[in-house]
Design a binder for this molecule. Structure first.
Ligand code: ASP
Ligand code: MG
Length: 428
């Protein structure tokens, strides 16, 4: 599709589709504030559904009972589907009137079948086959509520088999999207899933937790969209999470570069991978509030702006791992290479790192499974220490006052300062 035809992409996150009232509010937003031109809507799983599916999968994998939790999830989705159906006979996602044979009923039959087939073995691969149901269900319900076309994006967004963090095959994806979407868009509104992709052999992949933003960017990139709007429960891109800091400010306008860094350090507002495809094709990103759709929100695009207010970013559930060479040899390029290779193999991403003469420390998102895998890989060569339950704070564009404010009364386990960024890891 050529740029300038006014295609827009909206992304609705989990909080914006958390129940029937929330979904009906989005229908109103699309009707009253939606663009005149073509629109693709990307939705996340409803509310905390992805967490619930993770728990259910974890139980299935451990061979423990999960049926009660699964029933709660089923009933919840059926209840919402009934409450938002645009036509009386749309109840339950309309058996017979489904999309290519996919209905709420078929999805809710498939899920327990797949759970029943979970076996000890490739944890991450099986995770993707289960956890992706959150988006399949929510997108179907949303499409029904809007009377829109439902699109299964798994056959269009081609990825490798890097389960739970799949990498996009851009050339194939662009080819697919370019062929499939324009005819659908000519007929009207399209609703699809965030977070999901598919391998060449037809298996579901996920793009990383909170990856629905990234899906919106992938579609926008491939379709050369005019803009992307992410609808949130906050006013726009804020300098801190208002649940943690009472006095936040909303940036009216901010560059891609600043936003990428904030997202990278863990600001929960946008998935860090979202910005690059948009910046590559110069597609502006708006962050707007679904609670106050008339407010301007934040415009993220290529721009110059005066110095920004300091941004405070908190990442919880961190682990600080320290590796000391056993033979008192210095931490050299050689043994750093060993540590990095092991981190990559265990799929642990470094949030901060620091080294001294004989020890090297990294702060990572804690995952018991992955940390143990890492320890097994490195135990022979290094003495390892680690602490869990930590928090990583980042202050972007810091000043003395903002550092004093955030560090007051905390015991810092690691601290680092560069020209624009101050980071520390502390207990709790
Ligand atoms: N539902 C997925 C998650 O909770 C993806 C997303 O919300 O963006 O991580
Ligand atoms: Mg989300």
């Amino acid at each position: 599709m050529e740029q300038g035809q006014g295609l827009q992409v909206y992304k609705f996150g989990g909080a914006s589709v958390k129940d029937a009232a929330a979904i009906l509010n989005l229908c109103r937003i699309v009707r009253d504030f939606g663009p005149k031109g073509p629109l693709v809507i990307v939705v996340s799983a409803m509310g905390k559904t992805t967490n619930a599916l993770e728990e259910i999968y974890e139980l299935a994998y451990a061979g423990q009972a999960y049926t009660e939790k699964l029933r709660t999830l089923d009933q919840f989705h059926c209840g919402v589907a009934d409450a938002v159906a645009s036509e009386p006979d749309d109840k339950f996602g309309v058996p017979g009137l489904g999309y290519g044979g996919v209905t709420l009923g078929t999805l809710l039959e498939e899920l327990p079948e797949r759970l029943g087939g979970v076996m000890p073995g490739d944890y991450d691969q099986q995770y993707d086959q289960i956890v992706g149901y959150g988006e399949l269900l929510s997108s179907l319900i949303m499409a029904k509520a809007l009377g829109a076309q439902w699109l299964d994006c798994r056959s269009l967004i081609c990825t490798d088999g890097n389960w739970r963090e799949a990498r996009v095959d851009w050339a194939a994806t662009e080819r697919n999207i370019d062929a499939a979407l324009p005819p659908l868009l000519a007929r009207g509104l399209v609703v699809t899933q965030g977070f999901l992709g598919g391998t060449a052999d037809g298996r579901t992949t996920t793009l990383g937790r909170e990856g629905s933003d990234y899906t919106a960017a992938i579609l926008a990139y491939c379709l050369r969209a005019e803009s992307v709007t992410i609808w949130k429960d906050v006013a726009g891109l804020l300098n801190a999470d208002p649940k943690i800091f009472p006095d936040t400010v909303c940036y009216p306008e901010i560059s891609y570069r600043e936003t990428i860094e904030m997202a990278y350090y863990g600001a929960s507002v946008i998935h860090p991978k979202t910005l690059k495809p948009l910046a590559d094709r110069n597609i502006p990103l708006r962050v707007k509030s679904f609670l106050d759709p008339e407010a301007a929100g934040t415009l993220i695009h290529e721009c110059q702006h005066p110095a920004l207010a300091p941004a405070f970013i908190r990442k919880t559930d961190q682990a600080l791992l320290s590796f000391a060479s056993k033979d008192f040899s210095f931490i050299s390029e050689e043994n750093m290479a060993v540590i990095f290779a092991a981190l990559a193999q265990a799929k642990l991403k470094i949030n901060v790192m620091q080294n001294s003469a004989i020890s090297f420390s990294v702060c990572v998102d804690f995952s018991e499974r992955r940390v143990h895998q890492l320890l097994d890989l490195l135990r022979e060569q290094f003495t390892l220490h680690y602490n869990t339950g930590l928090t990583l704070f980042t202050i972007k564009n810091y000043d003395a006052a903002s550092i004093a404010r955030l560090t007051a009364g905390k015991r810092l386990l690691l601290e680092q300062r560069t020209r624009h960024t101050f980071q520390f890891v502390c207990q709790g």
